[in-house]
Design a protein around this ligand. Structure first.
Ligand SMILES: [Fe+2]
Length: 358
């Protein structure tokens, strides 16, 4: 695999490929207005020339073009740089081609006709994914050459950086200031009640901090929407555990957070998401975070309901033992609650993204 080239943050460079000039012009105009650098090509051959001369982060290409097709272009680009993001554009009648493109590692597709807001959202998501991939590669390169002590320090800084990113993502939700911190404290205290070893508790805490990192893929307008979500918006929200698990995969010091992130919305009776797992199929980390996350959410106001009182939220947790939540985990939660959720073993505080520096 070739080494990825990372563009300076905020100046991502995008190539739009389509044999219809009216489309490349309209898309390029919107992308420049969104603050990106944008270049265009009228064919697959021209796109490959651009690819070898320009430092690109993302390619948006039509599938059906005279000469080299969008799928052939996708394969060639991914062969040269597996981390570059590629979004395919296609008409609904050709959706089979879009599905085929996903098999060849296309990162997303846009069904024509799409509006420019959909384009901006899809591009933002792809570039965020690219940024995280580049960070992951940089981390792997940095840890190849350092001493064990240096590695611990790099890992600690990396986890701290991810915690800052998670807090920044959380701050997009106007109703849940401090939610991450509360979930992390509850989880840490529950881990102690469950008799977990120090390292397991630290991993649980990390999972709690990062449990909603996949919400980066959900637009702020959806997160703060006062009314009911449309089926498409709901689908996006339900994907966040999967998206979050992909973000930490392949980064050794973050991987212990993976089971908690992936399973925190699964339910003991099988009615949760994203996979509808049941009983012991759900990791212990997922079971703990499910209770901690739900309790913290019940205590905060949501766009669609008022905050519950602590007594009411506690009753709700007790009532859910054996159906929504695992009984043993609920017992650990109630015991930790009795003790005021002690936070022993905290590695570092979660940074406040809104705090003034200096
Ligand atoms: Fe979540």
């Amino acid at each position: 695999m070739s080494e990825s080239k990372q563009t300076e943050p905020g100046k991502a460079k995008i190539l739009v490929v389509d044999d219809e000039p009216a489309i490349t012009v309209a898309l390029a105009k919107r992308l420049r207005r969104d603050g990106y650098e944008c270049v265009t090509a009228g064919s697959g051959d021209e796109a490959l020339i651009r690819f070898s001369t320009d430092n690109l982060d993302l390619v948006i290409t039509d599938i059906r073009m005279p000469g080299m097709s969008g799928i052939e272009l996708l394969k060639e680009i991914k062969r040269r740089d597996a981390d570059i993001q590629v979004i395919m554009m296609t008409a609904y009648a050709d959706i089979d081609f879009a599905i085929e493109a996903l098999r060849y590692k296309a990162d997303d597709y846009l069904l024509k006709p799409f509006n420019l807001t959909e384009l901006s959202h899809c591009v933002g998501k792809a570039l965020e994914h690219r940024r995280l991939l580049c960070e992951s590669r940089a981390y792997q390169a940095a840890t190849r050459e350092v001493s064990p002590e240096g590695l611990l320090s790099v890992e600690r800084h990396y986890r701290q950086g991810m915690a800052a990113l998670a807090a920044a993502i959380e701050s997009r939700d106007r109703q849940t200031a401090g939610h991450l911190e509360r979930v992390a404290h509850y989880a840490l205290a529950m881990g102690a009640e469950l008799g977990l070893a120090a390292e397991k508790r630290r991993n649980l805490w990390l999972g709690a901090v990062l449990h909603d990192v996949g919400m980066v893929a959900v637009p702020e307008t959806v997160i703060n929407k006062p009314g009911p979500l449309t089926p498409e918006e709901w689908r996006l929200v339900r994907e966040h555990p999967l998206m979050g698990s992909r973000i930490v995969q392949g980064i050794p010091c973050l991987e212990p957070a993976h089971p908690g992130i992936l399973h925190h919305h699964e339910r003991w009776d099988g009615s949760g998401y994203p996979a509808g797992l049941e009983g012991d199929e759900i990791s212990l980390e997922g079971c703990v975070l499910a209770v901690a996350d739900a309790f913290a959410a019940m205590l905060s106001e949501r766009p669609y309901r008022k905050a519950l009182s602590e007594a009411h939220a506690l009753d709700e947790v007790k009532r859910s033992a054996g159906n929504r939540f695992e009984r043993r985990v609920v017992r650990a939660f109630l015991a930790a609650h009795e003790k005021g959720f002690p936070a022993e073993g905290l590695e570092f505080e979660i940074p406040d993204p809104l705090a003034k520096k200096g």
